[in-house]
Design a binder for this molecule. Structure first.
Ligand code: B12
Ligand code: SF4
Length: 470
């Protein structure tokens, strides 16, 4: 075709959270060393820690429609190529990034570009997104994106696309090679084996976005994809599934098939893996080096109140010890400040980290995101500390801002106890100890802990300002 239609798919860089945190108080440190640290460590974190390629765009850009060309633009690494003419610009919108996404969409539309929005926030809040877009794509877009591209080609784009149901993940959907600049990312090997989550933790919306039923891809297709990707990039694989051990039999069969490929891989799992000895061994043999596990809370009453029911707190420590014993390093994600937590919780967390020798603890503050059950509850109980309509409030930070009043702890006591907890956990000395003790990927464990010493210092600085505004 002489003049193909050109589509640009834009992934945003968040200005806080995973893409390199900085103070929420826009100030410049007067101390030149601290200013240098903030600037450079922030950039280093951005480049090394979570430079995970956006799988959504790899999937969408692999859908071929004759007469349409698609390009991915990752704003974590490059500027928007606005000197070129684009027939459609797609932006992926997550709730923590919605304000930035809307700003960008509005600017692009003012300049005369047509904008399509998709992603988690669009699925949850289509009406709030509609005013910022020419085209909205709700839900999982694997099938419907082809229709959008066909309509673009024939100049018949509609204002909204809503698929009939979830896409059939058992169909082959090979990813196109060469969509990303390899050097930018710590790996381009991102794979998803299934979607949906059978659990309903009240602070999460994966079960709302992707459904409560776990849908699996065909094992043959995943194995073929891993083989193909490993020929193009021989670095580590990252399985983005929320719980790679959600279906024990499926995971067992898949990773047995992957074992002869000699890959190394990271992923996300539930701690129940510690009670699945057969699968744990298979993971270890198949090259699993590190897993992120959502511990959330070790307080039974907090787990009950937030509907975190899939693993019992009494089994958590044993499970973590078993997983580490199998040679897998663990990032354990906690939330302090849940409804059953008290001022005794921080010392219980400290003991837990010490006993289990958890390699990277992550101590989060609850984000009551719109679209989650906990948001509704906190709103009803008048415990939100922000205007629920203010979309900028949900921006993600490393524990830099309290967005709600904890149930059993006063705000000032909470901030004080949270700050003391992170100051004890994240020191340079502890980073070295954890790095040395890690069962695998020791340098990565060391670096993560060093980054966290920096990030949680930022958290303490910002939380203090929230408590004592100038
Ligand atoms: C890996 C991952 C990351 C990676 C890679 C980012 C990415 N999105 O690829 C990193 C670490 C960078 C990351 C960062 C963040 N993440 Co994240 N991340 C994930 C995770 C675990 C997998 C993402 C993935 O690859 N999914 C598979 C793809 C195929 O699904 P998908 O992204 O939903 O895309 C489908 C549709 O949504 C749609 N779609 C998506 N974008 C677009 C755009 C257009 C134009 C169209 C048409 C369609 C479309 O089509 C896709 C195919 O069906 C998900 C959990 C999950 N279950 O998805 C969380 C998740 C997406 N992340 C989330 C959040 C909150 C964040 C952060 C805001 C966190 C932070 N602390 O900063 C940042 C935002 C970064 C940003 N710049 O936008 C939330 C979003 C919730 C919400 N309500 O918006 C999720 C759902 C996790 C959760 N439990 O709540 N994340
Ligand atoms: S936090 Fe994990 S287990 Fe709970 S609903 Fe979300 S994805 Fe599922």
């Amino acid at each position: 075709m002489a003049n193909p239609k050109k589509v640009l798919l834009v992934f945003l860089a968040s200005d806080s959270g995973v893409d390199g945190a900085r103070s929420l108080f826009e100030e410049q440190s007067k101390n030149p060393v601290a200013a240098w640290m903030n600037r450079n460590v922030g950039n280093l974190i951005k480049r090394t820690q979570f430079a995970i390629p956006p799988l959504a765009f790899l999937i969408l850009a692999s859908i071929e429609v004759e007469g349409v060309e698609q390009t991915i633009c990752d704003l974590r690494f490059e500027e928007l190529p606005l000197h070129e003419s684009w027939d459609l610009v797609g932006i992926s919108v997550q709730t923590g990034m919605a304000a930035e996404a809307f700003n960008l969409a509005d600017k692009l539309r003012e300049k005369g570009f047509r904008v399509v929005l998709g992603g988690a926030h669009v699925t949850l809040f289509p009406e709030a997104c509609a005013m910022h877009a020419d085209v909205l794509v709700q839900d999982e877009a694997d099938d419907i994106w082809k229709h959008v591209l066909e309509d673009l080609r024939s100049n018949t784009l509609k204002a909204r696309y809503v698929p009939d149901g979830y896409p059939d993940l058992s169909l082959p959907r090979p990813l196109k090679a060469g969509l990303l600049k390899k050097k930018r990312y710590f790996t381009t090997n991102v794979v998803q084996t299934g979607r949906g989550c059978p659990y309903s933790c009240d602070f999460c919306n994966v079960h709302i976005l992707n459904g409560n039923r776990y849908r699996k891809r065909s094992i043959d297709h995943v194995v073929e994809e891993v083989q193909r990707l490993s020929r193009l990039d021989n670095r580590i694989f990252f399985f983005v599934d929320d719980s790679i051990n959600a279906s024990e039999d499926y995971a067992e069969a898949l990773f047995k098939r992957l074992t002869p490929l000699n890959i190394t891989w990271f992923g996300q799992a539930t701690t129940t893996l510690g009670q699945q000895p057969r699968l744990l061994e298979t993971f270890s043999r198949s090259g699993c080096k590190a897993l992120l596990v959502g511990i959330e809370s070790i307080e039974p009453s907090s787990r009950d109140r937030h509907n975190k029911t899939q693993n019992r707190s009494t089994e958590l420590a044993e499970s973590i010890i078993a997983i580490r014993k199998a040679g897998i390093s663990l990032y354990g994600s906690f939330i302090y400040g849940l409804d059953g937590d008290t001022l005794a919780t921080p010392s219980a967390i400290l003991d837990f980290v010490k006993t289990t020798k958890l390699d990277v603890p992550g101590i989060n503050i609850l984000r009551p995101n719109p679209g989650t059950k906990v948001f509704e509850r906190l709103q009803e109980e008048k415990r939100l500390l922000f205007d629920p309509e203010d979309i900028s409030a949900y921006r993600y930070t490393f524990g830099q801002k309290m967005l709600y009043k904890p149930k059993q702890i006063g705000l000032s006591d909470f901030i004080d106890s949270y700050s003391k907890l992170t100051a004890k956990l994240f020191t340079v000395r502890n980073a070295c100890i954890r790095g040395m003790a890690a069962p695998s990927v020791k340098p990565a464990v060391l670096f993560f802990n060093l980054f966290y010493a920096h990030l949680y210092a930022l958290s303490r600085h910002d939380l203090k300002k929230q408590l004592d505004p100038p």
